[in-house]
Write a protein that binds this ligand. Structure first.
Ligand code: TYD
Ligand code: MG
Length: 456
């Protein structure tokens, strides 16, 4: 019998300490240390005992290691295939995180039902078989190769895996699993670490791809130790505003592809629909020109899309003006307003400013700056921006309009969607052949140029 050993773990970041601490030295959170028993069984399970031991490994030249490029598994979901970097790599472990109710279980069940011809085992520790069956009915795909198991102990899961030999495994969720080799309760740091390590060994040894669904903490990071993200091959975040139907799947880490890809879905009553042309949904239909609206030609991941930015500028009702934004960094909004105030003399200090990105999605592309500025100016002056114009440039602190990357792609997309004018930075003109485009390209140097072009 091994001696019982306990360690204190920070439940927020996974830091370890032999003693209890009030404040975590690594993440700074208070009262997060919990004592956990870390007593391993001597024997362990097949997967927990099979490490590198027992398998002879020797160095070999990288050019002589055999591989197969066409090996990727098609998950029959174009958006997910794209985010994974062109399909699922056998023997890889993919972690999917997201807020409760965002649609992680729905997405994975849909993948399981769609992968006809591959035996898929969907293991749920959160819902009953009946609940999953009801969900499958809503999604409305029939597949006899999709198996459901409601089990949380990894020891019995591995027994079932050995009998069924599935070609793909989905675990909903990693926080509900527990292994007998550790005494602490499921969801604790040491359980998450150990069960994930067991699943990873299983995946690597049998060459079976495994999807792990993970919960996130209140600040939006994946719940559990940071090492969980290091252990898996791919980390995907499923995000979106629950009040809107749109969901975005982003890769935060991918050993087999680019992390700049993203997938877009719409939640409908029959499950998640793939959105292959995002611009169409992100531009609201309007018949008349209203003030405070400007269209940004952005690139999210590798896809160009045109997004509507809406601003409302009104006199502040109370002493301190309010600045609020959805889908856009409020700090960046404040910075742009300060630039407008200082460099162009617009009196915005006594005004409330609200900013909204249509569709409830979050945009990180700096090229949206110019559209934000145009929307704010338009609302402030109560003069509409022509609906056939769009914008793509970054705004610097001195009020200069800065060049952005992949301008060609943005112009092409704007032209394709029927826009007649695009405002860009003068410094972007160098690399592009303006004669190639029929859309009118308007170069700008400073914010004051924008005002002159738009409203005079
Ligand atoms: P779910 O996949 O359970 O979220 P998660 O696993 O991330 O917690 O999704 C739950 C939400 O999705 C729920 O609010 C209902 C909605 N939904 C639909 O709108 N249509 C559907 O067809 C399904 C299955 C769910
Ligand atoms: Mg779920």
């Amino acid at each position: 019998m091994a001696k019982t050993r306990t360690t204190f773990f920070c439940q927020n970041c996974g830091a370890q300490s032999p003693k209890w601490l009030g404040k975590c030295p690594s993440c700074g959170e208070w009262n997060t240390f919990v004592e956990e028993v870390v007593q391993r069984e001597e024997k362990g399970t097949r997967w927990s005992s099979m490490g590198t031991a027992g398998r002879e490994r020797k160095p070999q030249p990288v050019s002589e290691i055999s591989f197969d490029t066409d090996q990727r598994i098609n998950v029959h979901n174009a958006e997910l295939n794209r985010v994974l970097g062109g399909g699922l790599v056998p023997g890889s472990v993919v972690l999917i995180g997201g807020e409760p109710g965002i649609g992680k279980s729905t997405l994975m069940l849909q993948v399981a039902l769609n992968c006809k011809g591959i035996k898929v085992l969907y293991i749920s520790g959160e819902e009953s078989e009946q609940q999953i069956r009801m969900r499958a009915e809503r999604i409305g795909i029939r597949n006899t190769d999709c198996f459901i198991l409601t089990e949380t102990s990894t020891q019995s899961i591995f027994q079932h895996l050995e009998e069924l030999k599935p070609g793909m495994v989905i675990i909903d969720s990693i926080q509900t699993l527990h292994t007998d080799s550790i005494d602490s309760s499921s969801g604790s740091i040491s359980q998450i670490k150990e069960t994930a390590a067991e699943m990873q060994r299983f995946s690597k040894i049998t060459n079976t791809p495994v999807f792990l669904i993970g919960h996130i903490t209140k600040d939006g990071s994946l719940a559990g130790p940071k090492i969980l993200e290091h252990m898996v091959d791919t980390v995907l975040n499923f995000e979106g505003d629950r009040n809107y139907g749109y969901r975005i799947l982003r890769a935060a880490k991918n050993r087999f592809g680019s992390t700049s890809e993203l997938g877009i879905y719409e939640m409908q009553d029959t499950g998640l629909r793939e959105v292959s042309n995002p611009s169409e949904i992100l531009l609201s239909q309007r018949d008349e020109d209203v003030s405070g609206i400007a269209i940004a030609a952005t690139i999210e991941g590798l896809r160009p899309m045109l997004i509507e930015t809406q601003a409302l500028v009104s006199s502040a009702a109370y002493g301190t003006p309010q600045r609020s934004s959805t889908g856009f960094d409020t700090k960046r909004l404040n910075m742009l307003l300060a630039v407008l105030e200082k460099r162009s003399g617009f009196r915005l200090a006594s005004k409330d400013v609200f900013l909204n990105i249509a569709g409830g999605i979050r945009v990180d592309d700096p090229a949206i700056d110019l559209a934000v500025v145009a929307a704010v100016l338009s609302s402030n002056q109560d003069l509409p921006v022509d609906s056939k114009s769009c914008f793509a440039a970054e705004v610097g602190l001195s009020g200069e309009i800065r060049a952005i990357n992949r301008i060609d792609q943005r112009i092409t997309e704007a032209e394709k969607l029927g826009f007649e004018r695009i405002f860009i930075s003068k410094y972007n003109l160098k690399g592009i052949d303006t004669k190639r485009f029929s859309i009118k390209i308007i170069p700008l140097r400073r914010i004051s140029d924008l005002y002159a072009q738009l409203f005079s």
